[in-house]
Design a protein around this ligand. Structure first.
Ligand SMILES: Cc1cc2nc3c(=O)[nH]c(=O)nc-3n(C[C@H](O)[C@H](O)[C@H](O)COP(=O)(O)OP(=O)(O)OC[C@H]3O[C@@H](n4cnc5c(N)ncnc54)[C@H](O)[C@@H]3O)c2cc1C
Length: 496
């Protein structure tokens, strides 16, 4: 072991949560060492793979305008956006988590969401509107109004790649922050419940970094063994949408040191992913293999059966649980089927897929190796349950549901599937991140099993539990990491 190094604050990880914590600690006057397990080329965690969407509470477009770059302002006059008040944000978090989120933590997340992204803008992060994620604006009828989902309207320019580019640029411009790559933290240096630093695993021994510690090293989604252990049988085999580096090492180290576990340990954010996606995310593709247009079609499993209400709510409130529903099907596989009524509405990123096309459902089923009679029966039953009542409105929940008893129902956008050619996209389950983590308080302090804060130990981002259960509103992960990263940085620097 070499001579221990020291900084006022040691940040473990180099994703969004970590770099926000580092910038915040430096702003509070601390020297900071950022320890990143990955080499420089693949640094930045899931944050770099992300769509860069930040779900924040706001009062409508005029409230967002001051955050946007000049280029992004062009869109502000072309699209519609309802306000997203804190109460609605809290409602969405509460409903998706079945009421199990820690009220104090989600209250802090929501109420500090806007001010945190405004502060990130001051650090150099550029913001724009999410105009081309779910729909391709070039495909619109000029009479159609493009309405942004109020909770999913803001993102970092150039998505996760741009977010991490801007955050690393801010970090590099801050002399008080040093980033160390290829530095996998292995365990904590503890003195009873008080944290004194971190031990980093090197090729030929350990290196010690001494200081207050902010853990921002992600969940355990990249680790098949831990997925099997906590999420259950079959989860070891799912594909990982993002980074290969979030192994849960420091989550376990903190628990071993006495930290209390919190949250939904058997739950994870998992969404529909192209069936041909690689086993782990690739930065050249980031999130371009996600497949979120299923509310405009139907989902069939290998038996040719529907198994989920494809449109129980707006897609940003359902996609994070739909991956798990696909994983439960035979072969952990499903296929999204569209016809010519809605195919123009598919996300632009569907262009990365190789769809299967046919003029009849029977022919499509044959090409997909599905039982033909079952697939035909399912589509006939679905079509018979659709109704001509109510207008199809693609960009808002239209309430156009299947009208007669159908199991499962389809609650919105239930157009019949009858305009060939039919187009099919095979999908699997892609895990995004895990929900179980460390118990923290609103000062981002790690709480131990006796209910007391552990001196000098803080946590933010995916490694913290108590926020998300069962499901998740899109864009809350980055905000959670940023809000509590900013708090953790100040706390660890001794200012809170
Ligand atoms: C494809 C995809 C799209 C997404 N889109 C969005 C979106 O648009 N909006 C949204 O809010 N969320 C999105 N998410 C989720 C979001 O990316 C995460 O919730 C968020 O990035 C987590 O941030 P974090 O900083 O906690 O973790 P990460 O960004 O994953 O960072 C963890 C860091 O810790 C490092 N690390 C791990 N172990 C160690 C160790 N032992 N020692 C040192 N370093 C370690 C990793 O290398 C990494 O740098 C998406 C995720 C994916 C995969």
């Amino acid at each position: 072991m070499g001579t221990p190094k020291s900084a006022d604050v040691i940040v473990v990880g180099a994703g969004n949560a970590a770099l926000v914590a580092a910038l915040s600690a430096a702003e509070a006057g601390a020297t900071v060492a950022v320890l990143e397990a990955a080499p420089k080329t693949t640094r930045g965690g899931n944050s770099r793979f992300s769509g860069g969407i930040f779900r924040i509470a706001h009062d409508g477009m005029d409230h967002l305008r001051p955050l946007l770059t000049d280029e992004a302002l062009v869109w502000a006059d072309k699209v519609e956006l309802d306000p997203y008040p804190p109460e609605r944000y809290l409602h969405d978090l509460t409903v998706t988590s079945h009421g199990q989120s820690d009220p104090a933590l989600i209250g802090e997340l929501v109420h500090r969401s806007y001010e945190t992204v405004a502060w990130m803008k001051e650090q150099g992060v550029r913001w724009e509107l999410v105009v081309d994620k779910l729909f391709d604006p070039d495909n619109f009828d000029p009479d159609e109004t493009y309405t942004l989902p109020p909770g999913g309207a803001l993102r970092a320019t150039h998505e996760g790649l741009g977010l991490m580019h801007d955050l690393f640029a801010a970090v590099d411009a801050t002399p008080a922050i040093e980033v160390v790559h290829d530095a996998p933290a292995h365990d904590l240096i503890m003195d009873g419940s008080a944290c004194r630093g971190v031990r980093v695993r090197g090729q030929a021994g350990f290196a010690e970094y001494r200081g207050s510690v902010v853990l921002a090293s992600g969940g355990f989604e990249s680790n098949p063994r831990k997925r099997l252990q906590h999420l259950g049988t079959g989860w070891d085999l799912v594909k990982v949408r993002g980074t290969a580096f979030n192994m849960g090492t420091m989550l376990d180290a903190a628990l071993d040191a006495g930290a209390a576990p919190s949250g939904h340990w058997s739950g994870a954010h998992a969404s529909p992913l192209d069936a041909d996606a690689p086993p782990v995310g690739q930065l050249a593709l980031t999130d371009k293999l996600s497949r979120y247009s299923y509310p405009y079609g139907i989902l069939l499993n290998r038996d040719g059966e529907r198994f989920v209400d494809e449109a129980s709510d707006e897609v940003w409130l359902t996609y994070a649980k739909t991956g798990s529903a696909i994983r439960e099907q035979p072969g952990a596989w499903a296929v999204q089927i569209f016809d010519q009524r809605t195919v123009r509405l598919l996300e632009p990123r569907y262009s990365t897929a190789n769809p299967v096309e046919a003029d009849t459902i029977g022919e499509l089923a044959r090409k997909l190796d599905l039982p033909v009679a079952a697939a035909e029966r399912t589509v006939e039953a679905y079509n018979a349950a659709t109704t001509a009542d109510g207008e199809f409105e693609p960009f808002v929940k239209d309430g156009r549901s299947t009208a007669v008893a159908l199991t499962p129902p389809k609650s919105n956008w239930a157009l019949p599937l009858d305009r060939p050619p039919f187009v099919a996209y095979p999908v699997c389950c892609g895990i995004t991140f895990t929900y179980g983590g460390l118990h923290i308080d609103t000062d981002a302090r790690v709480i131990d099993t006796t209910g007391r804060a552990m001196p000098n130990l803080y946590a933010t981002g995916e490694i913290a539990g108590g926020f998300f259960y069962h499901n998740y509103p899109a864009g809350s992960g980055l905000v959670r990491g940023a809000v509590f990263g900013r708090i953790a940085g100040i706390s660890a620097a001794g200012g809170r």
